[in-house]
Design a protein around this ligand. Structure first.
Ligand code: NAD
Ligand code: UGA
Length: 467
């Protein structure tokens, strides 16, 4: 079997996956040239910004890798045609959001961007090109990609003899906030494909830093489905512990203690058992809804119903938090000042997609609360567009605070929604003096301990423990 020597890689999509993934590949494989292309010029300009604090994505450790690789063997550009035509291997790492209209709206993935990318590859590629699905996709998308590549090939008769493709699935399992560590030390790398030479070419790249035993090769459909299943299982764990958090509040049990007690069973394991305001992020909800849609499509309504409940539980968790705030503040928040600490969907990222903070903030604004929002990494523009309904016509009053103490001035309550490091071990004695009595802390991430607020006069409600 002749091996394929990959020298140039192109990645379509310079987002949360494309950017960090290609940076790590470039870092680990200095002999490869890696080009990341995107239709969004502003994003590409940000990736090329000399000031590394202005990269479009905040990920711990990413700036150091960019400093080492950018301009050496890693390049960000909008030059689609050139980058694709020179590449031996093209990763498709574009967005696959939930469809908002048409058949499957609200559940199925919108594959417009994937299809557009495949058409660009079909048009510009030269010679043999390995095309890799990096985006999370519905099972059997590889078939559609193959057909697009084949059909467009036939249209370009003059290239037919030289142009041909192998399609692989190589889903990404990184989590935001720990992306660099996840990419450098992955639990596993998954590669699905039928062409052994193409599979080997991709395996050889990962072998530069990932042990052989951790590279799993499967057929295409297993690889595509494993990604959806992994996210569904992870999200299911969060909905499970969140359902138990409500049970704890009703009975006097403590969700931290329950999580520890059940997590010590090796079969259950202690990871991913933190109760919170519900899972956010761009993927869990969209991927489960996609699984629900596909289950229906393949005639499995019971399976669809089962997974849909994970999303329902997540919606309920967010809903019940704002209602608890309302109830504790004597049934009304109208005209009351409330600080929101943390707006990103988890710590160590500036990403707010599907952040529980958006829905909870909107519900409180709807009730007439005046919000003072502090997040160490999320920009005013981002928060403003997320609360867009409340940015127009001045309905609802909210502002951005520059510091924790700035956010807490004159507030009746503070609601902690993200577990940023700086929210731990705060001087609550001092902060209590800034707040209006009777002051409340609503802690959905278990960052405040009861000892810390002892003698401060503040009331504390903790998710999964109560008040
Ligand atoms: P993103 O929105 O941050 O980035 C996607 C980028 O693709 C955008 O910058 C967009 O402009 C670009 N794009 C779209 N169509 C294009 C085209 N035709 N040509 C060139 N560029 C184009 O998305 P993301 O978070 O990086 O996610 C990408 C995929 O990876 C999704 O399928 C997602 O489910 C999956 N995924 C995401 C994560 C994560 O943590 N965000 C983790 C694993 C997998
Ligand atoms: C998740 C998966 O962890 C990744 O493996 C996957 O690649 C990625 O989705 C994807 O496909 O996009 P991510 O969403 O970045 O990664 O972050 P997670 O750490 O999984 O957190 C997701 C949400 O669950 C956050 O809102 C987080 O606060 C919440 N969470 C997580 C909890 O409430 N409790 C936990 O114990 C863990």
């Amino acid at each position: 079997m002749n091996s394929i020597k990959v020298k140039r890689i192109c990645c379509i999509g310079a987002g949360y996956v494309g950017g960090p993934t290609m940076s790590v590949i470039a870092d680990k494989c200095p002999d490869l040239e890696v080009k990341v292309v995107d239709i969004n010029k502003e994003r590409i300009d940000a990736w090329n910004n000399a000031d590394l604090s202005k990269l479009p994505i905040f990920e711990p450790g990413l700036d150091l890798i960019i400093a080492r690789t950018r301009g050496r063997n890693l390049f960000f550009s909008t030059e689609m045609e050139k980058s694709i035509s020179e590449a031996d291997m093209v990763f498709i790492s574009v967005n696959t959001p939930t469809k908002t209209k048409g058949l499957g709206a609200g559940q199925a993935s919108d594959l417009s961007w994937v299809e557009a990318s495949a058409r660009q590859v079909a048009k510009y590629a030269k010679g043999h090109t390995i095309v890799i699905e990096k985006s999370t996709l519905p099972v059997r998308t590889a078939q559609a990609i193959k057909e697009i590549l084949k059909t467009t090939n036939v249209e370009n008769q003059e290239d037919e003899s030289t142009k041909n493709f192998s399609v692989l699935s190589n889903p990404e399992f990184l989590a935001e906030g720990t992306a660099i560590n996840d990419l450098e030390k992955p639990d596993r790398v998954l590669i699905g494909g039928e062409d052994p030479r193409a599979v080997k070419a991709l395996v050889d790249i990962y072998l530069k830093w990932v042990p052989k035993e951790q590279i799993i090769c499967t057929n295409l459909w297993s690889s595509e489905l494993s990604k959806l299943a992994a996210n569904a299982f992870l999200a299911q764990r969060i909905s499970s512990i969140n359902s138990i958090s409500a049970f704890c509040e009703a009975t006097g049990a403590d969700v931290q203690e329950v999580a520890k007690a059940i997590g010590t069973d090796k079969r259950i394991g202690n990871q991913f058992l933190s109760a919170g305001p519900g899972f956010g992020g761009s993927c869990f909800k969209k991927d489960i809804l996609n699984l629900v849609y596909l289950s229906g499509h393949f005639g499995l309504p019971e399976v669809a119903k089962y997974w849909n409940q994970v999303v329902e539980m997540n919606n309920w968790q967010q809903d019940r938090i704002y209602k608890i705030v309302l109830e504790k503040l004597f049934g009304t928040v109208n005209g009351k000042n409330i600080a929101i600490l943390g707006f990103s969907f988890k710590a160590n990222t500036n990403d707010t997609r599907e952040s529980p903070a958006i829905r909870i903030s909107c519900d409180l604004l709807e009730e007439g609360a005046i919000l003072s929002i502090y997040d160490p990494k999320v920009s005013f523009e981002k928060i403003s567009s997320d609360l867009n309904k409340f940015s127009i016509n001045n309905q609802g009053i909210w502002n951005i605070a520059e510091s924790i103490s700035g956010a807490l001035k004159n507030v009746d309550a503070v609601l902690i929604l993200t577990a940023w490091d700086e929210f731990y071990g705060l001087d609550w004695n001092y902060l209590a003096s800034l707040m209006r009595s009777p002051a409340w802390i609503f802690d959905t991430r278990s960052v405040v301990s009861r000892q810390e607020i002892h003698n401060t006069g503040i009331n504390l409600w903790k998710l999964g423990e109560g008040s």
